[in-house]
Write a protein that binds this ligand. Structure first.
Ligand SMILES: C[S@@+](CC[C@H](N)C(=O)[O-])C[C@H]1O[C@@H](n2cnc3c(N)ncnc32)[C@H](O)[C@@H]1O
Length: 236
């Protein structure tokens, strides 16, 4: 079993519990601001077509379709979560696809989309292939928004260095959660991946927890390299 399989397997087995905690608003960081932060970032783009990669039980797709009236689709590697998303949003488009399949056949993502979102859904070590696939599905002036754990806040007691960690979901006091491996990366490591797939970071948001004054997360706003820059590169 690879770590990626372990990640998907844990989401499949945690799907019912996850759906409940998301829909009951029981994740403190989300209530404290990360949900509103990603909604605001997407809304500012005024998108007509959006795609949520790693959409889980689909809350963001539902919200954006209702709020913005845009065409919103989601994709996820957990059959149980896709089922849950579809059941809650009959008219929505939800696709069961793993990042590994999408990396091999990026056309399966559809598009072009004005905004592609990864909301706490890039959990593995080798994320360059899914990022490359995501960029291919973007409209030329589209934006990829990635919300993830803030590296300085998520490092915790461990060393500030890339590496696999284990999420036990211990903060949820009830439920038989299956632990999930996830890959911690430093700010520098995130930017190295962006560079490797020719992604340009145009803005970085750091939503703050008003109660503690600490960052809740980070949101990277990414675009494809300006095509004019490619001409410039060729001429050199
Ligand atoms: C923390 S949940 C976030 C779900 C959703 N974006 C949200 O905001 O509630 C991470 C999601 O990423 C999906 N995911 C992680 N790795 C994946 C992979 N390799 N292929 C497909 N989906 C994956 C999981 O199935 C899960 O639904």
């Amino acid at each position: 079993m690879t770590k990626n399989n372990d990640i998907i397997n844990s989401w499949e087995r945690n799907a019912a519990l996850w759906t409940t905690v998301v829909r009951e608003g029981a994740i403190p960081s989300r209530a404290a601001g990360t949900d509103q932060a990603i909604i605001a970032a997407v809304k500012a783009l005024r998108p007509r077509h959006i795609l949520d990669i790693g959409c889980g039980e689909g809350w963001l797709v539902r919200h954006l379709a209702d709020d913005l009236g845009c065409e919103a689709a989601g994709t996820d590697g957990s059959a149980a979560l896709i089922e849950s998303a579809q059941a809650a949003h009959q008219g929505g488009t939800y696709m069961l696809q793993t990042y590994e399949t999408l990396a091999a056949q990026p056309g399966q993502l559809g598009g072009p989309y004005d905004a592609v979102i990864c909301n706490f859904s890039l959990l593995g070590r080798d994320i360059a292939p899914i990022l490359a696939a995501a960029m291919r599905s973007l409209a030329p002036d589209g934006t990829l928004l990635i919300q993830t754990l803030h590296p300085s806040a998520a490092s915790g007691e461990a060393a500030y260095a890339d590496g696999w960690r284990n999420e036990t979901f211990a903060s949820f006091t009830s439920g038989d959660w299956v632990p999930m491996p996830w890959y911690f990366r430093t700010f520098g490591s995130w930017f190295a991946v962006f560079k490797a797939v020719d992604l340009v970071v145009t803005a970085v948001d750091e939503p703050i927890n008003q109660a503690s004054g600490k960052p809740l997360s980070v949101i990277f706003h990414c675009t494809a390299k300006d095509p004019r820059e490619w001409d410039d590169v060729k001429q050199r």
